[in-house]
Write a protein of this length. Structure first.
Ligand code: FES
Ligand code: FES
Lengths: 174, 749
C-alpha cells in the first residue's frame, strides 16, 4: 500500500502529511512530525513509554495506526508546556523525583495527566498507571508526583482521598 | 518529601535540589540515542546464530532483496583484532569459525531504509554444522564436554578460616540446604542503542546509551587497531542500565562502527528492538549455592561451608568479578570462626551472563539468608533472635579476616526494621490467622545483609581513577568525569558535593557530557562507586581548585559568598586563562587486601540493611502478593534524600520482580520469553508501598561521609519475601522466582 494524505492536530497545531495509513502513530510523531519526546520501549503495547493523548484519552501510540488519528487532537509531552510554563505534573515530577532515567517519563506523565484530568477514568492512580512500566523508580516517587500535581490542579478533594485509601486498606490489615 | 536529619551546617548535602537533567526529561527535550538525527544514516542489523553451538560453514545472501545496496560485514572485514577486550580475550565481535551460543553475532547488514533492512534479515542463510552444547551447570562440570580451558571453569575462589571439618561431628545441630536463583533481565526501558561514524582517516566516533564510555573505547581500539585519540566515545542520555549497559554496549558499538567503516564513514545506527535486546544481551548470573552449617543448640553459628556455582555463559566477560563479589557476600553479616567458601563460575553455551545491579551479591545473600531462616526453623529459634546471636560486632572477624573496626550498628538497623514493620506482632497474629484460615496465608519475613561499596579489594587501586573540575566562562565550575547519569542521579549528587566544597550555589555547577575526548577516565559507573569514590575525588579536586584561587590571591581564604567566588573565577580566567584541576583516587589508609589468599579488607566500606516484607498468598491461585515493604539502611550520609529514596524504592521493585515474577525461560541456552507479554515486570499493581528509612553513619573516606547505596535494594527483597512466604506456608523456600507453581509444589508435594 502506498502513502496517503493524513491530517490531525498535534499539540494545538494542524499537521498534514503523507504517510502509510498503517504506519504506527508513534513513528509518524517521531519521524514525520519530528517530535521525539514520545519514546518506544517495547513496540507491542506493554510498556506505555509511547503513551500520548488522542482526543484527551491515553493511547499507546505504538499500537495506533496513523490513519486512526485523522482529524483528531493528539497531545504529546511537548504539548504540556503552555506559554513557557511547565504543566503542574511536570513540575511535580521534578520536585518529587518522579523521573530517574527518564525514558518512561513522557508516557508516564501523559497517562498521569489523563488521570488527573479525569479521576473517574480509573479506580485509583495505581490502576490508571498500571499500563506504564517504570524500571527505575518502584513507582513511589511517581505517586508522590501525581498526588502533588492533583493538589496543584485543584482536584485534591475527590481524587486525592480516593488514592490515599486504595492500598492502605489492604496493607494495614494486620 | 522525605527528610533526613543532616547537620544544618551543610548548604547542599542532605537537600533536594532539582535534578540537573530533570527539566529535559519531563518535557521530552532530553535526547536519547534514537532521538538524534544523523544525515545519511544507515540502519544496522545483526545477524545472529539460531543454534547454541556449531561450526559456521557458510553465510549466503538469498535473492529477493537488492543486496547491492547494502553494506555487509562479516568477521573477515575486521581491520584489527576480532576480540572483545575485557578480562579474558576469548570473545569475538563476530563469529569466525565456531559458534558458542545462540544469538551470537555472525554478520552485520545496513541500509538507509529501515524497513528494508529488517526484511533483509530473513534473506540471510546461515549454514552450521551443529555440535553438542552444554546447557546446564552440571553438564559443564561433568567434564564430558570441555569447551573452555581444561575444565570449563572461568574462575574459582577459596576462602578458609579455621577448620569446619573439625566441627561437624561434635556440633549440636547441622543444617544443610541448596538454593537456586535464576537469571534476570535488566530490562532498562530504553533498549541498547548506538550510532557510529568510522573511517581510516577520521578514526571512530560512537554515541550511545551506556554506563562506561571508556570500556567501549578500550574495546574499539584493538578492533580497528587505532590509538586512543582516534577512538572517541560519547555518552548520550541513557534510559536505564542496571549493569546491562556496563560491558555489553561495546558489542553494538563495535558492530555499528564496523558497518560505518565498510560504508566509507557513513553514520550507522543500531537500535535493538525489545525482542533482540532480551534474546541476545546479558542477564544476571544464575547461581546454585549449597550451604552446610553447624550450630550450638542455643543458636551460635559454629561452622559454615559454602559452595556456590554461577553459570557464566559462553564467554568469560565479567564473570570472575561477579563471582568475586558473590563470594565476598556469601557468608552474610555473621561471625563464624570456622568457615570454608568455595565458588566457581562455569562455561555453558548460553549468551554470556553479565553485570546486573548487585553484581553476584544478591545471589549468595539470598542463599545465606534463606539458610539462616532454615536454621532458625530447625533450631526452633525465632529468626531475629538467631541473627542477634550471630551478627558481626566490633572486633569480630569475617571469614576473610576483615576485622570490624567499629560497631556498624546492625542491632539498631534490625530493631528499627522490625519495629517499623510491626514484625513481632505480625508474626504472632499471622501464625494464628494461618492456623485458622487455609484459603489465604499471611507471612512476614526479613533479610539482614551488607553490601561492600566500590570495587573489590585492590580494584580501585588498579582503576587509578581521575576526575576534575574546571572554571566556566560564567564563573561557575564544570565537573569533568566519565561517570554517566543512568537515572541514579549522579550528575546531581556530584554537583551537590562540588557546590558544598566550593561554597557556591548548586546552579553554578554544571556537568560535562561524559565524552572520552573531554573528560578523564574516572572509572566505570558501576559497583555503587560513583557517589562514594568518584564523589570524593571530585570533592578533593574542588578543594584544590579553591586552593588555587586562594593562593593566586583571587579569593580570600576562609568564607566567601557564591558571588565572590564567581567574581574571583572570572578574574582568574581573565588574567591566567583556563583552570582545570584534577584529583586522583587515594586508597584509604589501613586497607590491605591479598588477592591470592582472599584475605584482608575486601571493601573499605559496607552499607548495612534490614528489609522486611509482608505477604499474602491466595492459596487458590497460589499467587503471592507483597502488601508492605520496609527498608532500613545504614548508608553513611544521604546526599540527596529524594534521589536516595528513589534508588531504594526502584531497586526494591526490581528485586520483587526477581523474587516473584521474572522467570527467564531458557531453551537451547537462550531466553525464550523475550517479550514484555511473557516476561513479567512489576507494574504499579504489583508494587507495594515501599517504606524507606535511612540511618546515617558517616564514612570518613566518602564525600561528606557518603557511601554506596544503589545496590542494597537488590540484595534484600528476595530473601525477605522468600522468608515471608516460607513463614506463610510453613515450608522452606529454596529457589526464586517464587511462581504460583513453586507454592503449589511446596504445599502439595
Ligand atoms: S512502546 Fe508502545 S507500549 Fe511499549
Ligand atoms: S525512570 Fe527509568 S524507566 Fe522510569
Amino acid at each position: 500500500m502506498d502513502k496517503a494524505p493524513v491530517s490531525f492536530r498535534i499539540n494545538g497545531k494542524t499537521w498534514s502529511g503523507s504517510v502509510h495509513p498503517l504506519k504506527r502513530l508513534l513513528d509518524t510523531i517521531r519521524e514525520d512530525v519530528g517530535l521525539t519526546g514520545t519514546k518506544e520501549g517495547c513496540g507491542e503495547g506493554e510498556c506505555g513509554a509511547c503513551t500520548v493523548l488522542l482526543d484527551g484519552s491515553p493511547v499507546m501510540s505504538c499500537l495506533v495506526p496513523t490513519c486512526q488519528a485523522e482529524g483528531k487532537e493528539v497531545t504529546t509531552i511537548e504539548g504540556l508546556v503552555r506559554d513557557g510554563e511547565l504543566h503542574p505534573m511536570q513540575d511535580c515530577f521534578i520536585q518529587e523525583g518522579g523521573a530517574q532515567c527518564g525514558i518512561c517519563t513522557p508516557g508516564m506523565i501523559m497517562a498521569a495527566v489523563a488521570y488527573a484530568n479525569d479521576p473517574d477514568s480509573a479506580e485509583d492512580m495505581r490502576e490508571a498507571l498500571a499500563g506504564n512500566l517504570c524500571r527505575c523508580t518502584g513507582y513511589t516517587r511517581i505517586y508522590e508526583a501525581v498526588r502533588c500535581a492533583m493538589e496543584k490542579m485543584g482536584d485534591s478533594g475527590r481524587s486525592g482521598k480516593k488514592d490515599e485509601g486504595s492500598r492502605k486498606k489492604k496493607a494495614g490489615a494486620t | 518529601m522525605p527528610q533526613v536529619s543532616s547537620p544544618p551546617t551543610f548548604q547542599w548535602i542532605g537537600r533536594n535540589p532539582p535534578r540537573k537533567e530533570s527539566i529535559d526529561k519531563v518535557t521530552g527535550r532530553a535526547l536519547y540515542i534514537d532521538d538524534l538525527k544523523f544525515e545519511g544514516v544507515l540502519y544496522g542489523k545483526t545477524i545472529r546464530s539460531a543454534v547454541p553451538r556449531g561450526i559456521l560453514k557458510n553465510i549466503s545472501f538469498l535473492p529477493g532483496v537488492p543486496w547491492g545496496e547494502f553494506t555487509i560485514v562479516t568477521a573477515k572485514d575486521i581491520p584489527g583484532k576480532n576480540i572483545v577486550s575485557l578480562i579474558e580475550l576469548d570473545q569475538p565481535f563476530l563469529v569466525e569459525r565456531e559458534i558458542k551460543h545462540a544469538a551470537e553475532p555472525i554478520a552485520l547488514i545496513a541500509h538507509p531504509d529501515k524497513g528494508l533492512v529488517e526484511k533483509a534479515m530473513n534473506f540471510v542463510k546461515i549454514d552450521v554444522d551443529e555440535l553438542p552444547a552444554i546447557l546446564t551447570i552440571d553438564e559443564s562440570l561433568s567434564g564430558k564436554n570441555i569447551q573452555w580451558g581444561t575444565d570449563n571453569i572461568f574462575k574459582t575462589f577459596h576462602i578458609r578460616r579455621g577448620d569446619p571439618d573439625s566441627i561437624w561431628s561434635k556440633a549440636d545441630v547441622v543444617v544443610e540446604g541448596e538454593y537456586w536463583t535464576g537469571a534476570q533481565e535488566q530490562l532498562y526501558i530504553e533498549p541498547q542503542g548506538v550510532v557510529a561514524v568510522a573511517s581510516r582517516e577520521k578514526g571512530v566516533t560512537v554515541w550511545g546509551s551506556m554506563q562506561c564510555p571508556f570500556y567501549v573505547q578500550k574495546g574499539l581500539k584493538p578492533l580497528f587497531d587505532l590509538p586512543e585519540d582516534k577512538v572517541r566515545v560519547i555518552y548520550t542520555v541513557t534510559g536505564g542500565g542496571f549493569g546491562g549497559k556496563e560491558e555489553y554496549p561495546t558489542l553494538p558499538a563495535a558492530h555499528a562502527a564496523l558497518l560505518s567503516w565498510k560504508a566509507g564513514g557513513q553514520p550507522v545506527k543500531i537500535i535493538y528492538d525489545r525482542i533482540e535486546d532480551m534474546w541476545a544481551t546479558t542477564k544476571r548470573h544464575p547461581c546454585r549455592t549449597r550451604i552446610k552449617s553447624a550450630f550450638s543448640r542455643d543458636g551460635k553459628l559454629a561452622a559454615l561451608k559454602i559452595d556456590a556455582t554461577m553459570d557464566g555463559g559462553a564467554y568469560a566477560t565479567l564473570s570472575a568479578v561477579v563471582l568475586s563479589r558473590g563470594t565476598l557476600h556469601s557468608f552474610g553479616p555473621y561471625k563464624c570462626e570456622h568457615a570454608v567458601i568455595d565458588t566457581r563460575a562455569v562455561f555453558t553455551n548460553s549468551p554470556p551472563y553479565g553485570a546486573f545491579r548487585g553484581f553476584g551479591a544478591p545471589q549468595t545473600i539470598f542463599a545465606i539468608e534463606q539458610h539462616m531462616d532454615r536454621a532458625a526453623r530447625t533450631l526452633g529459634i525465632e529468626p531475629d533472635e538467631l541473627r542477634l546471636k550471630n551478627i558481626l560486632r566490633k572486633g569480630d572477624a569475617m571469614p576473610t579476616g576483615q576485622i570490624m573496626k567499629e560497631d556498624p550498628g546492625v542491632d539498631g538497623v534490625l530493631k528499627k526494621a522490625l519495629d517499623e514493620s510491626n514484625y513481632l506482632e505480625k508474626r504472632r497474629a499471622y501464625r494464628e490467622h494461618n492456623h485458622a484460615d487455609s484459603r489465604v496465608k499471611k507471612g512476614v519475613g526479613f533479610a539482614l545483609f551488607f553490601h561492600g561499596a566500590g570495587f573489590t579489594g585492590s580494584g580501585e587501586v588498579f582503576l587509578d581513577s581521575k576526575a576534575g573540575v574546571e572554571l566556566t566562562a560564567e564563573g561557575g565550575v564544570r565537573i569533568l568525569s566519565a561517570n554517566t547519569e543512568i537515572g541514579q542521579g549522579s550528575f546531581t549528587t556530584h554537583s551537590q558535593i562540588v557546590a558544598e566544597e566550593l561554597g557556591i550555589s548548586y546552579e553554578m555547577v554544571e556537568v560535562a557530557t561524559p565524552d572520552t575526548a573531554v573528560v578523564p577516565n574516572s572509572g566505570p559507573t558501576v559497583a555503587s562507586r560513583t557517589c562514594m569514590v568518584v564523589g570524593e575525588i571530585l570533592r578533593k579536586a574542588a578543594a584544590d581548585l579553591r586552593e588555587v584561587l586562594v593562593k593566586s590571591g583571587h579569593l580570600p581564604g576562609g568564607r566567601h559568598t557564591p558571588e565572590e567566588f564567581r567574581r574571583a573565577a572570572l578574574r582568574y580566567r581573565e588574567t591566567q586563562g583556563e583552570l582545570k584541576v584534577f584529583s586522583k583516587y587515594q586508597p584509604p589508609s589501613g586497607i590491605h587486601w591479598d588477592d591470592k589468599t582472599y584475605t584482608g579488607e575486601a571493601y573499605g566500606a559496607y552499607a548495612w540493611a534490614c528489609y522486611v516484607s509482608d505477604v499474602e498468598i491466595d492459596m487458590t491461585t497460589c499467587q503471592v502478593e507483597v502488601l508492605d515493604f520496609v527498608a532500613v539502611q545504614e548508608v553513611g550520609r544521604v546526599i540527596h534524600p529524594v534521589i536516595a529514596k528513589g534508588q531504594i524504592e526502584g531497586g526494591v521493585a526490581q528485586a520483587i520482580g526477581w523474587a516473584l515474577y521474572e522467570n527467564v525461560v531458557l531453551h537451547q541456552g537462550v531466553m525464550q520469553n523475550i517479550q514484555l507479554t511473557n516476561y513479567i515486570l512489576p507494574t504499579t499493581a504489583d508494587t507495594p508501598p515501599i517504606r524507606v528509612f535511612f540511618h546515617e553513619h558517616p564514612y570518613p573516606n566518602g564525600p561528606y561521609g557518603a557511601k554506596g547505596l544503589g545496590e542494597l535494594p537488590m540484595d534484600g527483597p528476595a530473601p525477605a519475601i522468600a522468608a515471608a512466604v516460607a513463614f506463610a506456608i510453613d515450608r522452606n523456600i529454596a529457589s526464586i522466582p517464587i511462581l504460583p507453581e513453586t507454592i503449589f509444589e511446596a504445599t502439595n508435594g
